[in-house]
Design a protein around this ligand. Structure first.
Ligand code: NAI
Length: 298
């Protein structure tokens, strides 16, 4: 989508952090109409005091993205308020870290429900609407460098972010025919409020093996992200990627070495089987029939 002015963006988690940075850039610089949807009313209120002071076309909706019926109502409200949505930013996400062996099912369910299923809910809600209005559109899914790199104590979060990467690549493969672009944003650190994620954790996921609202843990986590990207600067990176229809949004070149190492490991693991009898049999079969496995390039 090269021309964003006047179009409508729906941004989840828009009351804080990465998503609020996106909302500011899409409203102020891209001149879009923006819906910010967030489960925390205090985040929405603080964000709206910023947008109202600048008289920007931003509409807040209180939404828990894990609630599918509420998501459909939020989409209706967005369309009634601003008209059809062209840009969906699936940005809301949560994290809580700790050793895998201490994780409860509630720890798993909360992060999977918000980070992965909440993001799927966004696409399930808006994709048919974007296809129907026929003007094309764009979906930006926020994953993380944890979609590439597994570090200890972040296993649940990492699992959700790897899944978002798989889902986003699948969307890219499927949506081109509808003139709907797809991007995946994979931040390293961003200076946000994610260190306090657990404050938005609903009671129904109450049993945790990890920390709760612990100011000492919040302080340690904030120290890790405070040197990260400014959310507005990151929002600009996202805006430019949407305009250029870029799939990968990876403004963290300090991870290149890690990814090169992983790719080399995977490729070496495959090359071990170059001379295996079944590799030779399959190659001969392909030559005879011309049939290839989807996803292979030769
Ligand atoms: P944040 O905590 O500042 O903002 C997240 C917003 O999402 C909050 O306003 C929160 O209330 C909202 N939210 C949480 N659960 C929700 C739900 N069920 N429904 C609707 N809204 C909900 O955190 P941040 O950092 O801005 O996170 C945004 C995304 O960026 C997440 O997907 C996160 O995984 C990702 N990310 C952040 C990094 C960082 O260093 N801050 C690094 C890599 C990825």
């Amino acid at each position: 989508m090269q021309d964003l002015a006047g179009k409508v963006a729906f941004i989840t988690g828009g009351g804080s952090g990465v998503a609020l940075g996106q909302a500011k850039v899409f409203a102020e610089e891209a001149l879009m109409k923006v819906v910010i949807a967030d489960v925390r009313q205090d985040h929405l209120d603080a964000a709206m005091s910023y947008f109202a002071a600048k008289n920007l076309p931003v509409h807040p909706i209180h939404l828990d993205i894990t609630d599918r019926a509420a998501y459909a109502r939020a989409a209706d409200e967005a369309e009634e308020f601003f008209g059809p949505v062209q840009l969906l930013c699936n940005t809301a996400g949560v994290s809580q870290f700790g050793p895998l062996e201490q994780a409860t099912y509630d720890d798993w369910d909360w992060q999977i429900d918000v980070n992965l299923k909440g993001l799927v809910n966004g696409v399930q809600t808006f994709l048919p609407r974007i296809i129907k209005h026929g003007d094309g559109g764009h979906i930006v899914n926020t994953a993380s460098m944890s979609a590439f790199v597994a570090v200890p104590r972040a296993s649940i979060y990492t699992t959700t972010k790897f899944a978002i990467r798989g889902y986003s690549e699948a969307l890219r493969a499927e949506l081109g025919k509808y003139n709907i672009g797809v991007s995946i944003l994979c931040p390293g650190a961003v200076n946000t409020n994610i260190h306090e994620s657990v404050l938005a954790r609903p009671d129904k996921y109450g049993k945790t093996g990890y920390y709760g609202a612990d100011p000492e843990v919040f302080k340690q986590l904030k120290a890790v992200i405070s040197g990260g990207f400014d959310p507005v600067d990151l929002g600009r990176v996202v805006m430019n990627a949407v305009k250029r229809d870029e799939f990968w949004i990876l403004p963290y070149p300090e991870f290149v070495g890690t990814i090169e190492k992983e790719a080399a490991e995977v490729i070496a693991a495959m090359h071990q089987y170059d001379d295996h009898t079944d590799t030779i049999r399959r190659k001969k079969l392909r030559e005879e029939t011309g049939q290839r496995m989807p996803g292979t390039v030769e």
